[in-house]
Unconditional design. Structure first.
Length: 299
């Protein structure tokens, strides 16, 4: 998809002359023309060196192939009680990876666990049922704070289509009826769409979510730039998913054109973080074609 990439490596110096110059070795500074000639030569060399000067970006900035910290999870025996949601995600993730990538190599402990659990359909159903239970409890929570949202959203990569759509609808409803913008649920919706299997997301689902977020974003009564930033970031995640799943024919007059115009305006903001998100979302929107026909474009 259309993307904005951070560049790493060497950044060229704009060539501004140095305020302090070093004398050339062997050059004599005496009164009269010889001093002027020496100064001119020194100035010329300094200018050349300044033009060729480079700044090397430290290795920790824009680093590639970072080794993520390993988090150890105990793999449970069949019917054994699990400790937390991340442990459940780890178990379901192993099962999902083994099913989707048969030739992958697992470390010995995981391989032995998989050999046992893959033969135990009841245990697999129990694990998937626990994921559904986490979503059910989350839906029953009257106040869905950041902690609860973060816990349920970590399930996104391992959810089946039914549970993923159930959680998507819950976030959608929570944002639509929240009155003041519910930032935790907005972040949860964005992370769910970002982490979920995009094969579970239909064009209609994504268009509906984009319509809600676009309306909220373009609402001039949003109280703070933080709300605008969070909405813009959520919009960019939705547009990413739409581009990845080849969504087309976005309503030009009602959504595509107004959103494009609004994002273009946000790129002029004095907030660099908002500018980045707006530019990213704008580029992502260009990858989602609208419904304008050739005839309409010509007219």
């Amino acid at each position: 998809m259309c993307n904005l990439h951070a560049h790493r490596g060497i950044i060229g110096n704009p060539g501004r002359p140095s305020s302090s110059t070093q004398p050339l070795g062997g050059t004599s500074y005496s009164a009269g023309g010889s001093q002027n000639n020496g100064s001119a030569a020194s100035s010329q060399l300094d200018q050349q060196q300044s033009n060729n000067k480079t700044i090397t970006v430290p290795a920790h900035i824009f680093a590639e192939n970072i080794v993520l910290p390993a988090i150890e999870f105990k793999l449970p025996e069949a019917d054994e009680r699990l400790n937390n949601t991340p442990q459940l995600v780890h178990c379901l993730g192993l099962l999902r990876t083994a099913a989707q990538s048969p030739g992958i190599t697992f470390e010995p402990t995981a391989l032995e666990w998989l050999k046992t659990i893959e033969k135990d359909t009841e245990e697999q159903e129990r694990l998937h049922g626990m994921a559904a239970d986490v979503i059910r409890v989350f839906k029953e929570e009257k106040i869905k704070g950041s902690k609860a949202v973060a816990e349920v959203v970590c399930l996104a990569p391992v959810l089946d289509k039914e549970n993923m759509l159930d959680l998507l609808r819950e976030f959608y409803s929570g944002i639509e009826h929240s009155g003041p913008l519910n930032i935790p649920q907005l972040q949860g919706l964005a992370q769910l769409i970002q982490g979920a299997d995009h094969g579970h997301l239909s064009a209609d689902d994504l268009v509906k979510v984009l319509g809600l977020l676009g309306t909220l974003l373009m609402d001039t009564h949003q109280p703070s730039s933080q709300h605008v930033y969070q909405l813009t970031m959520a919009v960019s995640h939705v547009l990413d998913a739409m581009a990845d799943t080849k969504v087309t024919d976005l309503d030009r007059e009602k959504l595509h054109e107004p959103l494009s115009s609004y994002l273009s305006g946000l790129k002029k903001s004095s907030d660099p973080f908002l500018v980045y998100q707006a530019a990213y979302a704008y580029q992502a929107l260009l990858c989602v074609p609208d419904d304008e026909t050739v005839w309409q474009a010509a007219m």
